[in-house]
Design a protein around this ligand. Structure first.
Ligand code: PSU
Ligand code: MN
Length: 302
């Protein structure tokens, strides 16, 4: 990657120079994951959660064609309000640069940019994965491929439960992506703490994640690591409750002919309506929780 494409904020640059812990944060959640002003407030709260651990937040987005790593308050505010941000994954990142456009980065594109900037810890809500009905639609998020090739550790609350979680786990295994559950045996399911699926690997401390990352570097295996961190119990929505809403939203999306990039934002938006806003509150809580763990990890790695 041509480094002149990168626009690293003074704060993040100085953290890089001083080898401080840094946590990358994505921006699709801001433009396509939540309504205004909850999106802005969550983005600020997530940055604050990272700061409280002693690490420095680096929210990543494309602003006027520049790959921006670390946004000012004004930039965050305007991204939260923008009408037509492009949703950028590996396939379309270059188009945003060519058009000097504004775009938000998915997990895949955020990993690419974070890695180029020298950041190896990244917190998000939930990664993309294999969609329900993928045996017909072939809809599998580019996030999974990116995890297999880019050496960034992604802290999430599991794949979003709107997905086919067993198939998502199978694809991650095929791609050689380690999936760790934090302090429990089962994989969390985003809004719920328990997906009912055993996680391939379990870790109980930040030090164990550090040791695992170190061993992978020594092995020179390449690719990323997925750490799944369950939402705090007080804010979870039990999976039996969530499942009914998810089934309804997925059926409606299929009936409405929603495809491609629009699927994930459409489902998330519909679930906020179906749960009377509860899914949004849970989403906010789990991202902050992930930012805290990511901050602790980034600091421990220094
Ligand atoms: N989690 C959320 N809201 C989101 C996303 C995740 O709570 O908007 C975004 C992430 O950026 C993720 C993307 O990378 O959805 C996956 O989209 P797709 O399935 O089109 O690859
Ligand atoms: Mn897709």
């Amino acid at each position: 990657m041509n480094h002149s494409l990168l626009n690293i904020s003074p704060e993040v640059q100085s953290a890089l120079d001083q080898r401080r812990g840094i946590v990358a944060l994505e921006s699709t959640i801001i433009t396509h994951g939540m309504p205004f002003p909850e999106n802005r407030d969550t983005a600020l709260a997530v940055e604050q959660a990272v700061r409280e651990t002693g690490a420095v937040p680096a929210t990543i987005a494309v602003l006027d064609g520049r790959l921006s790593v670390g946004l000012t308050g004004e930039e965050l505010e305007s991204l939260s309000n923008v009408d037509q941000a492009m949703k950028l994954s590996r396939a379309d990142l270059a188009m945003a640069i060519a058009r000097k456009a504004v775009g938000s980065t998915t997990v895949a594109a955020t990993m690419m940019i974070a890695h180029r900037a020298g950041i190896n810890v990244f917190a998000t809500g939930g990664i993309g994965g294999v969609h329900q009905g993928a045996e017909h639609s072939f809809d599998i998020s580019a996030d999974l491929q990116e995890l297999s090739r880019t050496p960034v550790t992604v802290i999430c609350a599991g794949a979003k439960a709107i997905l086919d979680l067993p198939k998502t786990l199978e694809v991650l295994e095929t791609l050689g992506v380690p999936v760790l559950a934090y302090q429990q045996d089962n994989l969390p399911a985003f809004w719920s703490r328990d997906s009912g699926l055993p996680a391939p690997l379990r870790v109980d401390t930040v030090a164990e994640i550090v040791a695992f990352m170190q061993a992978r570097r020594d092995l020179d295996v390449g690719g990323g690591v997925l750490v799944t961190n369950p939402v705090p119990a007080e804010q979870e929505i039990a999976s039996q409750i969530m499942q009914g809403f998810i089934n309804q939203a997925v059926q409606e999306a299929t009936a409405a002919g929603i495809t491609g990039k629009a699927v994930t934002p459409w489902l998330l938006g519909r679930l906020v309506e179906l749960t009377d806003g509860r899914s949004l509150t849970t989403n906010q809580a789990l991202i902050k929780n992930n930012a805290t763990l990511a901050g602790q990890l980034a600091v421990a790695l220094t």
